[in-house]
Ligand binder design. Structure first.
Ligand SMILES: CCCCCOc1ccc(S(N)(=O)=O)cc1
Ligand SMILES: [Zn+2]
Length: 268
């Protein structure tokens, strides 16, 4: 049904898809919202952009839980152990969690698009500015408080590193369920090419939608298998007590206006 439809018309179809949550009418400021479409030909090559430096310590991995929007893998961010620096960043940012957004099928699911190309899912590695703030909750309210790496997922060969995560998902099927999850190195979810990315000033894509994020979207997607993505869709938005169970799918936000922002690229 989806084959043969161009990406933008499938985007039209998306408007018929039930939104994950009712979009608030007015957002504070509202002129640097995320996600966006990355129009490659309008991005500006910035030769001053440096390679990204992600140094993650698997020993800081703590738990995995279903927060009713996605499933999160959370890290101990009380020390400078898993950090991101370089790229467009002036300061050092600490990893606090990573999570994904995905669709009900492989035709859509990502939050960002590249020249309107949709991917079946998108990984977000969330970091906060530990040079300027002392808590994630503080940084989330501040301009340049957060840095989020976005990685596109495409359907292909099975991702061996992801499988440990996939195997833990049945234990967090319902909203608010949590299990211990340790010694997971999120570097295994990064593509080999960390040099080519786009970066722009944006926001959280779920409430509180604060305009605090330096987005870094990697050009190279990672490959995961059809079956691995299918397990994401076995999660539920609903808690164990609710009578009607709702599959956790289409947990992405609709695209937001660029409002004159510049998207920079680290490559020409
Ligand atoms: C004060 C508590 C805030 C909790 C919300 O934190 C978030 C929300 C969205 C994203 S995302 N999809 O833009 O990467 C990252 C972190
Ligand atoms: Zn996200």
């Amino acid at each position: 049904r989806m084959c043969g439809m161009s990406a933008c018309s499938s985007r039209f179809v998306l408007s018929q898809v039930h939104p994950m949550w009712q979009e608030p009418l007015a957002i504070p400021g509202g002129n640097r919202q995320s996600p966006i479409d990355i129009a490659v030909r309008n991005s500006i090559f910035d030769p001053h952009l440096r390679p990204l430096v992600a140094k993650y310590d698997p020993r800081t991995c703590q738990q995995i839980w279903n927060n009713g929007y996605s499933f999160l893998v959370e890290y101990d961010d009380t020390m400078d152990k898993s950090t991101l620096s370089g790229g467009p960043l002036e300061d050092r940012y600490r990893l606090c969690q990573f999570h994904f957004h995905w669709g009900e099928n492989n035709a859509w699911g990502s939050e960002h698009t590249v020249d309107h190309r949709l991917y079946p899912a998108e990984l977000h590695l969330v970091h906060w500015n530990a040079d300027r703030y002392s808590l994630f909750e503080e940084a989330v309210m501040e301009e340049n408080g957060l840095a989020v790496i976005g990685v596109f997922l495409k359907v292909g060969k099975r991702h061996e590193g992801l499988q440990k995560l996939v195997d833990a998902l049945p234990a967090v099927r319902h909203r608010d369920s949590m299990v211990e999850f340790t010694k997971f190195d999120p570097s295994c979810l990064l593509p080999s090419n960390m040099e080519e990315y786009w970066t722009y000033a944006g926001s959280l894509t779920t409430p509180p939608l604060t305009e605090a994020v330096c987005w870094i979207i990697l050009k190279q997607p990672i490959e995961v298998s059809h079956d691995q993505l299918a397990v994401f869709r076995s999660l539920l938005f609903t808690s164990a007590e609710e009578e009607v169970q709702k599959s956790m799918v289409n947990n992405f936000r609709s695209q937001q206006p660029l409002k004159g922002r510049t998207v920079r690229s680290s490559f020409s």
